[in-house]
Write a protein that binds this ligand. Structure first.
Ligand SMILES: [Zn+2]
Ligand SMILES: [Zn+2]
Length: 308
């Protein structure tokens, strides 16, 4: 089927009745052209008991780092709610141009959490799932291919949230919708029509294709997460995205990307840096609980800044 042959699909009805977790409030706009997603950010499937938190989130990749490089945290004590409030179109528009996905939120999941892309770093070289590390049975990414930022906020997925897909997906059938990306197109697990495993060969450069799904039997452009081969997540949008989404996907790292690289929330970073220019790096680093070198290393234009 030709993606261009069909006009935009209005996803409002499907979004409105999707299997959202109890901590999610979805409000369709009066014009039925967008929806607002609000949640406390806590995944409905719960956390793993413990996680490995890297001592220096900028020192990537982590896969071969020794156990001493990580702190083991108990999720009960460590994780905090991260309110999410975002508005996404329900009139997704397929376009020929693609837009790189950024670090940070690229979509929302029915479990009340956020979808990130597959990368842990702004240079798009460290794929989180390939960088998986487990010490003494404690993982960096949990069984849902998710984890939080280093400061315990912003739980997110970097790959197929198998703890959801194994519950929702049925043998011999296309996967069920597990979320919506920022361009408004729906996201699915690894099963295509008839339940066949979808591979990169079946998908375009953004891990999408056009076809029927359980929620959209007449067909829609949609994304699939590939469970066994990179990218695991979605590297680019094939739908039209707003200017701020475009800006976050390319060019200079913005504050939110820097915050994610440091493993802290954007709010914490902004507060630590304050408004003086240049910022007081020593004080900001202390407030964030990281070394001044690490902070200087990741700020755009700072001494020893990113070369990527
Ligand atoms: Zn991550
Ligand atoms: Zn499909």
């Amino acid at each position: 089927m030709d993606a261009h042959a069909q006009g935009p699909v209005n996803t409002s009805d499907v979004v409105e009745t999707a299997n959202w977790a109890e901590n999610v409030t979805v409000t369709i706009s009066d014009a039925r052209d967008s929806f607002r997603f609000e949640s406390d950010g806590i995944p409905s499937h719960g956390f793993a008991e413990k996680y490995l938190i890297p001592s220096d989130p900028t020192d990537q990749p982590f896969a071969h780092k020794p156990a001493e490089f990580f702190t083991v945290v108990n999720s009960d004590a460590y994780f905090s709610e991260t309110p999410i409030d975002t508005t996404i179109t329900t009139l997704p528009t397929y376009i020929d141009d693609v837009t790189d996905t950024s670090l940070g939120r690229i979509g929302v999941a029915i479990t009340g959490t956020q979808i990130f892309n597959d990368y842990e770093d702004p240079t798009r070289s460290v794929v989180a799932q390939d960088d998986q590390v487990i010490h003494d049975h404690v993982p960096f990414l949990d069984e849902c291919n998710g984890h939080t930022l280093v400061d315990g906020t912003s739980y997110h997925y970097h790959g197929t949230p198998v703890c959801i897909t194994t519950e929702l997906d049925q043998d011999g059938a296309h996967s069920q919708m597990i979320g919506v990306l920022a361009d408004g197109f729906p996201v699915y697990g690894n099963n295509g029509e008839g339940g066949a495993i979808v591979t990169n060969a079946d998908l375009d450069e953004c891990s999408g294709h056009f076809g029927p799904t359980p929620e959209f039997p007449d067909g829609i452009y949609h994304y699939h997460l590939t469970a066994d081969e990179a990218p695991y997540m979605i590297n680019c949008y094939h739908g039209e995205v707003s200017d701020d989404v475009v800006a976050a996907g390319g060019g200079q790292p913005d504050l939110s990307a820097v915050a994610i690289q440091l493993g802290v929330s954007e709010e914490a970073l902004a507060e630590a840096l304050g408004t003086s220019m240049p910022p007081d790096f020593a004080a900001a680093a202390e407030a964030l609980g990281i070394s001044e070198d690490i902070l200087r290393g990741v700020l755009p234009g700072g001494p020893g800044g990113q070369d990527g």
